[in-house]
Structures are given as structure tokens and as C-alpha cells.
Ligand binder design. Structure first.
Ligand code: GDP
Length: 528
């Protein structure tokens, strides 16, 4: 096999995805269930034994527990049915940061995890918006089906009505939530019964049962399920690959991460239906073929992952070619060489050296001080992928240096953190250089900035939250008018010089918009 053929074959085996959900929907439980079902492999492709497997997932969770937040979103890689699955963690904390969004720029598909009792929740909606704006196909998994919840049809209706995504159930539950009996495969009609083992075990046992048997055992539940299936066929909620890949429709599965119901079905769906890595468009709009020379996009930079060493790790999503540890890549933004001697894969706080990786895989690059999210690295044939857009901030704070003797360090730190895209830095003449405004998608970003300014730059700061809630992109012409409005402020963003208008609330903003319909006030949907 030629090198190009091998790259194509390897990338065709990759499925790179993330789970999007609201806290408590069961993401950690599902992640562990998926990894336990499959086999966690190391970067060299070797499958870990049972103990290794356990270590990997529990370490990952341990880190989340001990720090309260999974600030270190990492990657779980596992083998399933001869495929390599990369599961990128999106920080699961109730708090939110741009990191969560950026992870979605590095995946080829997402699993939208819903709690059967709660349906679509706020963070799920926000993350879904990012998937939609980036054209990431979404598979829906309705979780916690083992306990009382809402009706299946009602949940599907909510998905369709709220986000305009047509649900295409692949399986259908028999028995209502809480009195769940099993799942019917829509395509074949095959039925699998799930029974809890005796002795309080949480894992359910799956048994194939023929339709006549279950129809006799559970006539009521069976009839209801058949009626519902008939209805789904009638209204055309059937599998359509094109609609899934174009983000108009979502395959839906029912199950329980905790009881291990539907977990293998989800893995099968990922392998059978989710897209493999595809050629990524560069800044000029040309697709970079998968078998072109090595290239990748940095989607996340994490500082202080290793307490013992003050390091910075950049996570690179491979977009084309074969990656080999030690190769010298070019940093597109500066044209400087970047040595990959210390390439690693990261499972929580466990690191393994990466020897080789293919499109779809994630490589952690240590000591990546020059790299920032959105940067491109390539081996040859200059290429640059589009940078990751700044997401709409919703939280704002004025930052000031506590110690007048440290203003130089303060200024340097703010500049550095802004360039790294840890936070968006906004300024105005009115506020002056010593009190810039920081804009964040989630308040967690302020804590990260405070901590890093103090520990890395020796500049302790105070943060005063500002009462703004809405931000819009505007321009120099609108500056005068907007600055004269109450509860409104206009600032410029350091990184691109864009004008941002901040409003105390949506109501206030709407008044201004109505009064001055010609002003430029563009929404910043995630991804623009
Ligand atoms: P995360 O915040 O989304 O990562 O959610 P977790 O995985 O931590 O789960 C939140 C809670 O829901 C935990 O108490 C889990 O045990 C529970 N949970 C997760 N999946 C299921 C499920 O399928 N059934 C039931 N009954 N509980 C679940």
C-alpha cells in the first residue's frame, strides 16, 4: 500500500466526535460506558488490557472530580469494530467557556445527549447552535430511559419544534419511561428486551426476543409501540443519510448510559452512519485532500496541565497526511518551524507519546508557547485553515492590576492571554489602558485569567463584573450614537479591531435597534 493509500484507509477508519449536553444529562456516564464497551487504545494503536482501560477512564473522571471542572478537555481514543473512535471531551461543568465551542471545530459529528425527563436544556441548545453553524451532523441519544420521564413522541416533537431538526428514530422504546421493556429496530422490526439483573446490578442484560413472544407478554406496551411506529412512518420520520449529513435531520436512539442500554447501538451508529474525516477547506476555500502532506489545526491550548512543569499544550486536529513524532512542521501564522518531538496523546492526566497519527486524530503538542487556537501547522505546501471565530461573549468584567509596580507584567499578561484567545480583550479611550474589559462566553474564563496573571505573570488583579448581557458587532460610524445611549457601551477588540456594542439587556438593545434601524448591530452567532 502506498503512503497516500494508507493515509486514506486510516482516515476512513476514524470517527471523531464530541458529546454535547447540559450538565447532569449523563455525559460522563455515557463516556465511560462507551469506552468500556469499546477498547481504549494508546496512540500506537495498541489496545490496553482491562486494567489499563479502567485506569484511563477513571483518571479522566478523577481529574474532573478533584478540580470540580473538567478544564482539561482531552481525548479518549478507542477501537471499535476495526474503527478508531476519537471522543473529544467538552468541559462538562455548568460553567462554560469558549473552549467548549472550539472543541466542536475539531469534530466530524456530535452526539446530542438528552435527559429523557428534561429534553432540550439551555447548554444543549447553545452547543447545538455551534454544530448547526459549522454543519456538524448530530446524532441524538435520549438518555435515562430506565426511569420515569417524558414520552418519546413528545421529546421528538420538542426537538423538531425548538431547533427545527427532523428526528429520525432508529430504535423505538417499548414500555413507557420508567417501565421500559426493550427496543425495536425500526428498519428490521427486531426486538431486544432489556432486563435488570437481580441483586441491584445497574447494568441491564440484552436479549433478542421474537415479536410474537413480546406481543403476547406485553400486549399493551407492544400495541402502543406499534401504533407509534406506524405514526412515525406516516409522517415520514425515516432515515435519510443526506438530511443527516447536511444537518437537517438527526437519527435518534433511546437508552440508558447507566444501565448500559443502547450504548453499543450508539457505537454502531457512529461507525455506520457518522462521517469519517473529510477534506477540510483552507482560507481560500480549497479543500486540502486527506492524502496531502501533513497538516492540522490547533483547536485548543491548555496551560498548566502538568502542575510540576509550567507547560502549555496545544491540541492539534490532524487534517491531512500522516503525522510522525519528531517531524518539523511550519507554523502558518509566523512561518517558523515547530518541532514535534514531544507529541503526546492525552487521556486526562495520563500522557502517552504519540508516534503516529492520521486525519481525525488529536495530537497534544507540549511547550507550544507560540501556538494559539485556530493556528495551522503543516509539513509542506503552505496551507492555512480558517481561524476559529470569536464566539459571542455574554459575560464582561473590568480587570485592574492590584499592584502599581506590576503594570508592565499586567499589560504583557493581558496581551498574551488575548492573543492565546483565553479571553477577548476590549478597550476604549474612556476606560484607558490600565482597565481593559474582558469578555467571556462563560465566567470560568475570568478565573482562568486571574489565576494565570498572578502565577505566570506575577500580576495579581481585581475583576469587577459589568452588568452587560448582550454584545453586537458594530462599526465606527455607529460609535457616537451608541455611546450616547444609557446602559450601552462601545469598545474595540484587541485581536481584530472590531467594534463591539454592549447592552445591559436585550430589552435595552431592542429599543436602540428600533430607534436607529440603520445602525449596524450584527448578532454574533457562534461561529461567525
Ligand atoms: P454529566 O454532568 O452530564 O457528566 O452527568 P453524569 O454522567 O455525571 O450523570 C449525572 C447523574 O445522572 C449521575 O447521578 C448519574 O448516575 C445519572 N445518570 C446518568 N445516566 C443515567 C441513566 O441512564 N439512568 C439513570 N437513572 N441515571 C443516569
Amino acid at each position: 500500500m502506498s503512503d497516500a493509500q494508507q493515509v486514506l484507509a486510516e482516515s476512513a477508519r476514524r470517527r471523531t466526535f464530541a458529546v454535547i449536553s447540559h450538565p447532569d444529562a449523563g455525559k460522563s456516564t455515557l463516556t465511560e460506558a462507551l469506552a468500556l464497551h469499546a477498547e481504549v487504545i494508546d496512540s500506537a494503536g495498541a489496545v490496553h488490557g482491562k486494567s489499563g482501560r479502567k485506569g484511563v477512564t477513571s483518571d479522566w473522571m478523577e481529574m474532573e472530580r478533584s478540580r470540580g471542572i473538567s478544564v482539561s478537555s482531552a481525548v479518549l481514543q478507542f477501537a471499535y469494530r476495526d474503527q478508531v473512535i476519537n471522543l473529544l471531551d467538552t468541559p462538562g461543568h455548568g460553567d462554560f467557556s469558549e473552549d467548549t465551542y472550539r472543541v466542536l471545530t475539531a469534530v466530524d459529528a456530535a452526539v446530542m445527549l438528552l435527559d429523557a425527563a428534561k429534553g432540550l436544556e439551555p447548554q444543549t441548545l447553545k452547543l447545538f447552535d455551534v454544530c448547526r453553524s459549522r454543519g456538524v451532523p448530530v446524532i441524538t441519544f435520549v438518555n435515562k430511559w430506565d426511569r420515569p420521564g417524558r414520552e418519546a413522541l413528545e421529546l421528538l416533537d420538542e426537538v423538531e419544534q425548538t431547533i427545527g431538526l427532523r428526528p429520525m428514530p432508529l430504535t423505538w422504546p417499548v414500555g413507557i419511561a420508567g417501565q421500559f421493556r426493550g427496543l425495536v429496530e425500526r428498519e428490521t422490526g427486531a426486538y431486544t428486551a432489556f432486563t435488570r439483573a437481580a441483586g441491584g446490578a445497574t447494568k441491564a442484560t440484552a436479549t433478542a426476543v421474537d415479536a410474537t413472544t413480546i406481543a403476547a407478554q406485553e400486549p399493551e406496551f407492544w400495541r402502543t409501540a406499534q401504533d407509534e411506529l406506524g405514526l412515525l412512518d406516516e409522517i415520514g420520520q425515516t432515515w435519510d443519510e443526506k438530511d443527516f449529513l447536511s444537518g437537517i435531520a438527526t437519527p435518534v436512539l433511546f437508552g440508558s448510559a447507566l444501565s448500559n442500554i443502547g450504548v453499543a447501538r450508539l457505537l454502531d451508529t457512529l461507525v455506520d452512519l457518522a462521517p469519517a474525516p473529510a477534506a477540510r477547506a483552507d482560507v481560500e476555500g480549497h479543500d486540502r485532500p486527506l492524502d496531502a502532506p501533513t497538516s492540522g489545526m490547533v483547536f485548543k491550548v491548555q496551560a498548566g496541565m502538568d502542575k510540576a512543569h509550567r507547560d502549555r499544550m496545544a491540541f492539534l486536529r490532524l487534517c491531512s497526511g500522516r503525522f510522525e513524532r519528531g517531524m518539523i512542521l511550519t507554523h502558518a501564522a509566523t512561518g517558523k518551524p515547530f518541532a514535534t518531538k514531544y507529541a503526546q496523546s492525552v487521556f486526562g492526566n495520563e500522557r502517552t507519546t504519540v508516534e503516529e497519527a492520521f486525519p481525525g486524530d488529536i495530537v497534544g503538542l507540549v511547550n507550544a508557547t507560540a501556538l494559539k487556537p485556530g493556528d495551522t501547522l503543516y509539513a509542506s505546501g503552505p496551507v492555512e485553515f480558517p481561524t476559529i471565530p470569536a464566539f459571542a461573549p455574554e459575560h464582561f468584567a473590568v480587570v485592574r492590576c492590584k499592584d502599581a509596580g506590576k503594570t508592565k507584567q499586567f499589560r504583557k499578561g493581558i496581551e498574551q492571554l488575548g492573543t492565546e484567545a483565553v479571553i477577548q480583550v476590549l478597550r476604549s479611550d474612556l476606560r484607558g489602558d490600565q482597565a481593559p474589559v474582558l469578555a467571556a462566553v462563560g465566567p470560568l474564563q475570568f478565573d482562568v485569567v486571574s489565576a494565570r496573571l498572578e502565577t505566570e505573570f506575577g500580576a495579581p488583579v481585581t475583576m469587577d463584573r459589568l452588568p452587560y448581557k448582550e454584545a453586537r458587532l458594530t462599526d465606527a460610524e455607529a460609535f457616537q450614537v451608541l455611546s450616547a445611549q444609557s446602559e450601552t457601551e462601545v469598545l474595540r477588540r484587541d485581536t481584530d479591531g472590531a467594534y463591539l456594542a454592549l447592552f445591559s439587556n436585550k430589552w435595552r438593545m431592542d429599543i436602540v435597534m428600533r430607534k436607529y434601524p440603520d445602525l449596524r448591530l450584527d448578532a454574533m452567532p457562534a461561529g461567525t
